[in-house]
Ligand binder design. Structure first.
Ligand SMILES: C[S@@+](CC[C@H](N)C(=O)[O-])C[C@H]1O[C@@H](n2cnc3c(N)ncnc32)[C@H](O)[C@@H]1O
Length: 211
């Protein structure tokens, strides 16, 4: 079966602004690591992390720099090329998450920077179920996107619809924030932390029960 084209792919040149913006920010030495700092706080040292729709590589590269074992997957050939040129040490698999060849057992799957609102139409549940299938039993998913009024070429994805899709995909909603610095929930941006709906009780490394 042929893979449906993603909203990102269908928009083509209309999305060039993303690549140009982050190329400029990296060249200017600006901070492009906000998402990675949150991710780093959610996992132990040397975690196994999947970056879904890794784009020009900024999040995955920042996680590698923090000592994590990162698998980056990106279907846009131009972004894969930009990622390899900007971060030569970062390995990127040129693939759609629905067909990428991946071993499971991830501590965290990251789909940040509006990936969820650029998926192919009607593949949201398939993608969420694929992420769930790739998690370790205590693994989690971090998702961030504009639910409304995001990029012109993206869909709207209201909070209630995303929650329903996550639950239907075997995921549990652990938290929702309004930013990667954990501001309160907001209509403008949503950062979701999800876990498997069958996740076992877990403890911190200091033995305190979390659930
Ligand atoms: C706005 S870019 C964000 C890139 C990166 N996560 C970041 O924050 O810098 C959205 C990305 O989602 C990716 N994407 C859309 N559908 C996808 C899919 N089915 N599998 C993997 N990536 C996908 C696009 O190729 C694009 O790179």
């Amino acid at each position: 079966m042929t893979q449906p084209r993603t909203r990102w792919d269908l928009a083509g040149e209309a999305n060039r602004g993303y690549a140009e913006k982050f190329a400029r920010l990296v060249a200017d030495g600006e901070d492009v690591e906000g998402e990675a700092r949150l991710v780093d706080s959610l996992v132990g040292r040397g975690a196994r992390i999947l970056d879904v729709g890794s784009g020009m590589g900024r999040v995955a590269a920042a996680l590698v720099a923090r000592g994590h074992d990162v698998v980056a997957v990106e279907p846009d050939a131009a972004l894969v090329a930009q990622s390899r040129a900007t971060y030569p040490d970062l390995a990127v698999q040129h693939a759609d998450i629905l067909t990428a060849s991946l071993d499971g057992g991830f501590d965290l799957a990251v789909a940040v920077g509006n990936v969820m609102v650029f998926l192919a139409e009607d593949t949201e549940r398939a993608v969420l179920a694929r992420l769930r299938s790739l998690l370790a039993p205590t693994g989690r998913v971090l998702v961030g996107f504009h639910p409304v009024d995001g990029p012109a070429t993206a869909r709207d994805y209201p909070h209630e619809e995303f929650t329903a899709d996550a639950v239907a995909s075997g995921l549990r909603v652990d938290a929702c924030f309004g930013s990667y610095e954990l501001h309160p929930p907001s209509p403008a941006y949503a950062v979701w932390l999800l876990s498997r709906d069958d996740a076992p009780a877990t403890t911190t490394s200091y033995g305190h029960p979390l659930r």
